[in-house]
Design a binder for this molecule. Structure first.
Ligand SMILES: Cc1cc2nc3c(=O)[nH]c(=O)nc-3n(C[C@H](O)[C@H](O)[C@H](O)COP(=O)(O)OP(=O)(O)OC[C@H]3O[C@@H](n4cnc5c(N)ncnc54)[C@H](O)[C@@H]3O)c2cc1C
Length: 323
């Protein structure tokens, strides 16, 4: 039916007067409006990144970018967000690049999970990244959900922010003041909170080069396949003379934002690769976090779980190299 569309031209209202008229009067119209899921917003679909930034800047915090919509649309439906303007990024093909170079891997903000999983060379170039993305959501969501949306949304249990922090990735954003490069470790500030300014959009994320001999593991625990992680661990190290070198241990789902477990990294660094070292790392990982209780699991459960995830990820890393 005409007028029911939720995507409306820039500057327009969500529903036309004719639409209300067909329901026979303003009281009924108001009732219909309340029963529709999304709040009213203006809509724009810019053709360039510069245009998108200008739109965000001109609305002073009252505008939000739309990428795959897999988180923003539910947020709108639950009234957790009610921007005056939605800036749809779908025409910005300049944000869909996947670059593999000597310096590392760069993913444009509009790259989808599906693009990462289906790329012919990405798994070889960054096996930890692709292994982690295999755990993201379900088929339908992977067809639409994007790298930029995941990073900007900053769910504490999301895989990509965790991999970004563990791998010391850099996030490139553009706002009215120009481009900015932000370390992933400074980017995530709390649940659904980031260092991004209201007028900025994420352009890309850059991962440092991944040495071929690097050993890695990624483990996560979910209630059902495709759910957000109750806890997840990403680990890697460059073994030399069977000792842990350059150890990184990341944790997801056990704090307000993704963490690196520095105490575990220090414990393992230069130690002999052994079952005893891994057992110590498990205990240290549990000791390093104080997760809160929530509707999905108790804090105590997640505290134990992250130790188990770190232990399994380390064993995977060791076995992967031996194999
Ligand atoms: C049922 C379900 C299960 C899921 N499970 C998982 C899971 O297991 N793991 C996981 O990681 N994710 C999961 N997700 C989230 C999903 O994978 C997407 O990562 C997520 O929805 C964000 O991507 P999007 O492109 O849909 O962003 P959108 O929903 O369009 O936007 C999300 C937020 O990011 C902002 N934004 C988007 N793009 C940009 C940009 N370029 N610059 C600045 N801000 C931007 C938007 O304004 C909004 O605030 C799940 C989602 C659903 C619905």
């Amino acid at each position: 039916m005409e007028g029911l569309s939720l995507t409306v031209p820039s500057g327009g209202a969500t529903k036309s007067p004719e639409f209300f008229g067909c329901f026979g009067g303003s009281k009924r119209a108001a009732a219909v409006e309340r029963s529709l899921k999304l709040p009213s917003f203006d809509y724009a679909c810019p053709a360039t990144v510069a245009e998108a930034v200008a739109l965000l800047a001109s609305h002073e915090g009252e505008a939000k970018p739309l990428a795959g919509g897999q988180s923003l649309v539910p947020m709108l439906a639950f009234r957790l967000a009610s921007p005056a303007l939605i800036v749809d990024l779908r025409k910005l093909d300049e944000l869909r690049h996947i670059q593999i170079a000597d310096e590392g891997v760069t993913l444009g903000a509009m790259v989808r999970w599906k693009d990462i999983l289906e790329h012919p060379r990405l798994r070889q170039a960054h096996p930890l990244l692709v292994t982690a993305v295999e755990h993201v959501a379900h088929y339908q969501i992977r067809n639409r959900g994007t790298v930029g949306g995941s990073i900007a949304h900053a769910d504490p249990a999301a895989e990509l922010p965790g991999i970004a922090v563990t791998c010391e990735a850099k996030i490139v954003a553009l706002g009215k003041a120009g481009p900015r490069i932000i370390d992933a470790s400074d980017f995530f500030r709390g649940p659904l909170m980031t260092a991004l300014r209201a007028d900025e959009i994420i352009l890309e994320i850059r991962f440092p080069a991944w040495p071929k001999q690097r050993r890695f593991g990624f483990r996560e625990f979910t209630r059902r396949q495709g759910d957000f992680a109750l806890a997840a661990a990403a680990v890697f190290f460059d073994a030399s003379e069977e000792r842990f070198r350059g150890v990184r241990v990341g944790a997801v789902g056990v704090a307000d934002y993704p963490l690196r477990l520095a105490t575990v990294e220090r414990l393992l660094e230069d130690d002999k690769v052994s079952g005893a070292a891994i057992a110590q790392a498990e205990a240290a990982a549990s000791a390093a976090v104080e997760p809160a209780d929530d509707i999905h699991a108790s804090g105590a459960y997640r505290k134990t779980l992250i130790g188990v995830m770190v232990e399994r990820a380390l064993r995977d890393a060791v076995n992967r190299a031996d194999g």
